[in-house]
Design a protein around this ligand. Structure first.
Ligand SMILES: C[C@@](CO)(OP(=O)(O)O)[C@H](O)COP(=O)(O)OP(=O)(O)OC[C@H]1O[C@@H](n2ccc(N)nc2=O)[C@H](O)[C@@H]1O
Ligand SMILES: Nc1ncnc2c1ncn2[C@@H]1O[C@H](COP(=O)(O)OP(=O)(O)O)[C@@H](O)[C@H]1O
Length: 280
């Protein structure tokens, strides 16, 4: 079985509290994009076999797809194994939920090939065991996510908007980004309602104005190059720019596809990964 595992961008990320276990309470608008990995899943007699098109990604129990398969076998009492292969197109450690979306694909795929009959809610509960973003990845589309990310409320689709992703040649650890964040220093939270209202009426300028990510400060302070990329995206026609998730990918949204293509041409040779895509 072949599954497209889509990446996401954050149109917003607000941090509104902290749990006793250290996890942060969030309010974020997530948006699926066209960019995707291809995950192939097949039944096997026993054990988990995993292969991936990028040699630097671990193919053992450290891989989120492996973790998801292990968890499904254990939790659903599956008598058998699985063969998984991942064609990796989503930049890694980038803030685009690459690992989480592969895990979501494995959960969906195993539900099918083993005819488990799990509901979406049941899969989301299982997915949360692998990572906070996995429940959203199972739902996809445009959504308001709260809790630690696992409470997913679908929003009106915001598809077909040109997005240029720019990721420099370093990764960011999500854990480190959250550890560098100080909630008591926040002066102004994100205007999530205004952002959603602007998305509803598809006013891109107003969307751009309300896009904010409170983790941006943490990652941009550590990597000033990201600020330079954001400024450069604006100079090349982006009507709004933001870091996705914990970074380091920054993106620009464009109201003109031609501007987006021209900007891609400018950035292409300058940074490690430059991808022109669209909201889905
Ligand atoms: C920042 C976000 C925004 O969508 O995405 P990415 O940058 O990963 O794409 C997410 O909150 C990332 O979610 P995810 O990548 O699933 O996180 P997990 O694997 O569950 O957690 C990694 C680590 O991040 C921290 N963490 C994660 C989620 C959360 N709400 N609060 C946290 O403090 C914890 O220290 C945890 O150990
Ligand atoms: N299936 C996977 N795809 C990508 N990265 C993975 C996967 N499994 C484990 N990883 C590891 O998880 C880390 C975070 O990767 P990723 O999920 O792409 O980041 P992010 O959560 O920022 O989007 C990386 O260090 C990577 O080696």
């Amino acid at each position: 079985m072949r599954i497209e595992a889509h990446a996401k961008i954050n149109l917003s990320l607000d941090i509104v509290g902290k749990r006793e276990d250290g996890y942060h309470l969030l309010e974020m608008v997530m948006q699926e994009i066209e960019l995707h990995d291809i995950v192939e899943i097949e039944k096997a007699d026993k054990g988990i076999t995993l292969s991936c098109s990028k040699e630097y990604i671990p193919c053992n129990a450290k891989n989120t797809a492996y973790k998801a398969a292990e968890m499904m076998i254990e939790r659903c009492g599956i008598d058998g194994g699985v063969r998984i292969s991942i064609e990796k197109n989503i930049p890694v450690a980038a803030g685009l939920a690459g690992g989480s979306t592969d895990a979501a694909a494995v959960i969906k795929g195993m539900n099918e090939v083993y005819e488990l009959g799990l509901s979406l809610e049941e899969m989301m509960d299982l997915g949360l065991r692998v990572g906070a973003d996995v429940p959203y990845c199972l739902v996809g589309g445009t959504a308001l996510c709260s809790g630690i990310g696992e409470i997913v409320k679908p929003l009106k689709p915001f598809s077909g908007v040109d997005v240029l992703l720019v990721k420099p040649a370093f990764g960011v650890s999500t854990k480190d980004a959250y550890m560098g964040f100080e909630l008591d220093k926040v002066k102004r939270h994100v205007s999530t309602r205004r952002l959603i209202a602007a998305m509803d009426i598809r006013n891109l300028d107003l969307v751009a104005y309300n896009m904010r990510n409170l983790l941006e400060n943490v990652t941009l302070r550590k990597h000033p190059i990201l600020k330079t990329i954001k400024e450069s995206l604006s100079e090349h026609g982006a009507i709004g720019t933001l870091m996705s998730g914990s970074g380091p990918t920054v993106y620009g949204i464009f109201s003109s596809s031609e501007d987006a293509r021209k900007a891609e041409g400018f950035f292409r040779d300058k940074y490690r990964e430059v991808i022109l895509t669209r909201t889905r």
